[in-house]
Design a protein around this ligand. Structure first.
Ligand code: ADP
Ligand code: MG
Length: 234
C-alpha cells in the first residue's frame, strides 16, 4: 500500500447530459501524483479542469473510476466521512477567492480551523500566523470588500493552508488578477506549499504558470497528456 502514489485517479469518467446527448467531460482519465509534487493541469475553458478538481476534492462524484488519496478510496466513504476527509486533508483555492463577505479576513482564515475542531487560543494564533505569512498581518480586521483582488486571494491562500492540509487544490487561482499580482500570488503559494512538503494540483489556462511546476499536463478530450515543460518564460 505505502508504495502507491499519494493520489491515484483511475479511469475517472464524468459525463453531463445536454438535451438528449451525453458528453464525457472526463473519459477514463488516469493520473498519479506523488507526495510533495506540484502538478499543473493546463486546459482551455470548458476542458474539464474544475470538474476534475471537484472530483479529487470529493465535492463531486465520478460516474465511474476511482479517486484514491493516501490509500483511501473516496467513493467508499459516505457523504459525512467524505466531508470530514476534505476538511482535514484538503485546502481549496478558487479563482473567485470565495471569502465570506460578512466575516473579517481573520475570521475567514479561522473558519477551516474551527471546522476541524482546533480550539481557542491556539486557533486564533494560527489564523494570525498565516495572515502574517501572506503579508496581511495588519489586515485581519478588514472585511473582504475593503481588500484588493490580490489581497483577497492572499487571505484565501491563508485560509486554504491554515488547517495544514496535505493536499492543496487550486482552480485558476490567478484568473481574476492582473499579471503582476498573479505572479506574486503564485510565488507565495509555491513557497508556502514547498516549505511544508505539501502536494498541489493547480488548474489554469495560463501557460506561464508552468515554470513553477514539477510536472505539466494538458487536459484535452477528457484525458491528460504530458506537456513539455516550458522552462524559459519572458
Ligand atoms: P473548465 O474548468 O476547464 O473551464 P469545467 O470543468 O467547468 O471546465 O466544465 C467542463 C464542461 O462540463 C463544460 O462544457 C461545462 O459546460 C460542462 N459542465 C460543467 N458542469 C456541468 C453541470 N453541472 N452540468 C452540465 N454540464 C456541466
Ligand atoms: Mg474552471
Amino acid at each position: 500500500m505505502k508504495n502507491d502514489s499519494y493520489i491515484q485517479l483511475k479511469k475517472l469518467t464524468k459525463r453531463y447530459s445536454e438535451g438528449d446527448k451525453i458528453r464525457s467531460v472526463l473519459d477514463e482519465l488516469d493520473l498519479s501524483v506523488e507526495e510533495g509534487e506540484m502538478v499543473v493541469i493546463l486546459g482551455r475553458s470548458g476542458s474539464g479542469k474544475s470538474t476534475l478538481l471537484n472530483l479529487v476534492s470529493g465535492i463531486d462524484k465520478p460516474d465511474s473510476g476511482k479517486v484514491i488519496i493516501d490509500g483511501t478510496d473516496l467513493a467508499e466513504m459516505d457523504e459525512k466521512h467524505r466531508t470530514l476527509f476534505r476538511r482535514n486533508n484538503i485546502g481549496f483555492v478558487f479563482q473567485s477567492y470565495n471569502l465570506i463577505p460578512t466575516l473579517t479576513a481573520h475570521e475567514n482564515v479561522l473558519l477551516p480551523l474551527k471546522l476541524k475542531g482546533t480550539t481557542d487560543q491556539k486557533l486564533l494564533d494560527k489564523a494570525q500566523q498565516f495572515l502574517e505569512e501572506v503579508g496581511l498581518g495588519d489586515r485581519g480586521d478588514s472585511y473582504p470588500d475593503r481588500l484588493s483582488g490580490g489581497e483577497q486571494q492572499r487571505v484565501a491562500i491563508a485560509r486554504a493552508l491554515a488547517h495544514e492540509p496535505m493536499l492543496i487544490l487550486a482552480d485558476e487561482p490567478t484568473g481574476n488578477l492582473d499579471y503582476e499580482t498573479g505572479r506574486i500570488i503564485l510565488e507565495m503559494l509555491n513557497e508556502l506549499v514547498r516549505e511544508n512538503g505539501r502536494t498541489i494540483i493547480l488548474a489554469t489556462h495560463d501557460r506561464d504558470i508552468c515554470k513553477f511546476a514539477d510536472r505539466v499536463l494538458e487536459l484535452k478530450g477528457g484525458k491528460l497528456q504530458d506537456v513539455e515543460k516550458i522552462s524559459e518564460v519572458s
